[in-house]
Design a protein around this ligand. Structure first.
Ligand code: HAM
Length: 426
């Protein structure tokens, strides 16, 4: 083993597992593309204040988990812990909100949080996210949720639940917060929990410890104290989801880890994953634009899906990719002249879309044929001095063992036809 290791808490993805990485990313972004979301590529680090203000100083993400450092010009920058604040920054900076609304954007890539590493909780995490900015319409909330649901389904997942709630508007909260604080003040909570309640009393309701659950069983719930407008909004989102056939459970205690949420909030939870069961989540964030200095208070709704955890969910459900990548054709050349010819044939086959690998190095015919078998290819192309002299190439069906000679000048076309037959299942 080399003396170097990947930084603590950061997974590497390599074959065969990396096939799932690519599959998750492309399937989810395709689901978003089909609903009109355009790709946005953003910096991996930004001004620290963007996240402090956007995500919220009281959150664990900002107060404990950011990778923050001074660059060589002594500016404080932070590796992005999430994507929404950066998307909103870009929308404002480039005036995208002056065009057609909603602005629909999709992104994917790494995010960074200095968390305590464990299975499913990493310091470099991967997300696919969407944001729809500029329109507050419950149908759009339902669209965003349905895209995630469709993406998971296309991946073959079924063992997950959608938890749904509403956090109301900023105006709904002070009265409720006072009510909840009064209730919590009357409970025998430990010091640490009391301190958390001071920062955000809502977080105490999301505490998973049974003793805290029991104490807060009769706590007042925000869902019962929404303004009429927020309650109607939430009812409309639910009605859209019902019509779309997207199943959900109302979780009135759902508290998301970021401060910007208003109204609709949701989390996709997979029961096969143990403690780190959130495979994706999001919600509406109607106050974020103003937090970042936007002139108007543009609303937004989006999700971030955890690619790492979705891959774990695929494995938990037994639908993960376990086969190593394989080529259709494996080329075996004996001698330099044959190899020179086969390298060109391989390039021509690749140019017509056929995956080809070659036996490199000098392993002798037996070793190279063994490599061909192990490669999982359907065909071996064998070219030696004798075949070359006779302008033909041997094509061996590695599944049946059958072998035939093909004229060198015709090899690319013949193989193309054979592969097409295999692909059509003939
Ligand atoms: P989030 O809930 O913080 O939301 O993260 C979204 C997803 O990223 C989580 O559900 C989880 O699957 C994954 N994730 C988060 N932290 C880790 C970690 N340490 N290791 C592995 N996976 C992790 C957001 O980031 C919001 N920006 C989502 C959003 C977009 N809301 C509105 N628009």
């Amino acid at each position: 083993m080399s003396q170097f290791q990947a930084p603590r808490g950061i997974p590497d993805y390599y074959p065969p597992r990396s096939a799932d990485f690519v599959r998750v990313r492309t399937t989810l972004t395709e689901a978003a593309r089909l609903a009109g979301y355009g790709h946005i590529e953003l910096p991996v680090f930004e001004d620290t204040a963007l996240f402090a203000r956007g995500v919220g100083e009281s959150t664990d993400v900002v107060s404990k988990e950011m990778y923050t450092f001074a660059d060589r010009g002594d500016r404080s920058v932070t590796l992005r812990p999430e994507g929404t604040a950066g998307v909103m920054r870009a929308v404002l900076q480039h005036g995208l909100d002056r065009g057609q609304l909603p602005v629909k954007l999709c992104y994917s890539g790494p995010f960074f949080r200095y968390e305590k590493p464990q299975e499913g909780r990493y310091r470099q995490l991967q997300q696919v996210g969407v944001e729809a900015i500029g329109v507050d319409d419950p149908a759009l909330d339902a669209e965003v949720i349905a895209i995630a649901d469709e993406g998971y389904r296309r991946l073959g997942l079924s063992g997950y639940r959608l938890e749904l709630s509403s956090l109301g508007t900023a105006a709904d909260r002070p009265a409720y917060r006072a009510l909840l604080t009064d209730f919590l003040d009357g409970l025998p909570l430990d010091e640490a929990t009391r301190a958390r309640a001071q920062i955000n009393p809502l977080r105490v309701l999301d505490d998973k410890r049974p003793e805290v659950r029991e104490l807060t069983a009769d706590a007042p719930l925000l869902l019962d104290h929404l303004s009429d407008e927020s309650a109607q909004h939430f009812a409309a989102v639910r009605a859209h989801l019902d019509r779309l056939g997207v199943a959900y459970e109302i979780n009135p205690r759902l508290v998301r880890g970021l401060d910007y949420y208003t109204k609709t909030t949701f989390e996709f939870v997979h029961d096969g994953l143990g403690a780190q069961s959130g495979i994706g989540g999001g919600g509406r964030y109607d106050g974020l634009m103003a937090q970042l200095g936007g002139k108007q208070d543009l609303s937004g709704i989006g999700f971030g899906i955890g690619v790492d955890r979705t891959i774990l969910a695929l494995a938990a459900e037994g639908v993960a990719q376990t086969e190593p990548p394989r080529c259709r054709v494996y080329g075996v050349a004996m001698g330099d002249a044959a190899k020179a010819e086969l390298v060109v044939i391989a390039a021509k086959l690749r140019a017509v879309g056929i995956a080809v690998d070659l036996a490199y190095g000098d392993r002798g015919l037996k070793g190279a044929m063994k490599a061909a078998d192990r490669s999982g290819a359907d065909y071996a192309l064998v070219l030696g001095e004798r075949e070359l002299a006779e302008s033909r190439i041997e094509l061996k069906n590695l599944k049946t063992g059958g072998q035939e000679g093909v004229s060198l000048s015709n090899a690319v076309e013949e193989i193309r036809l054979l592969v097409a037959e295999i692909e059509q299942g003939i």
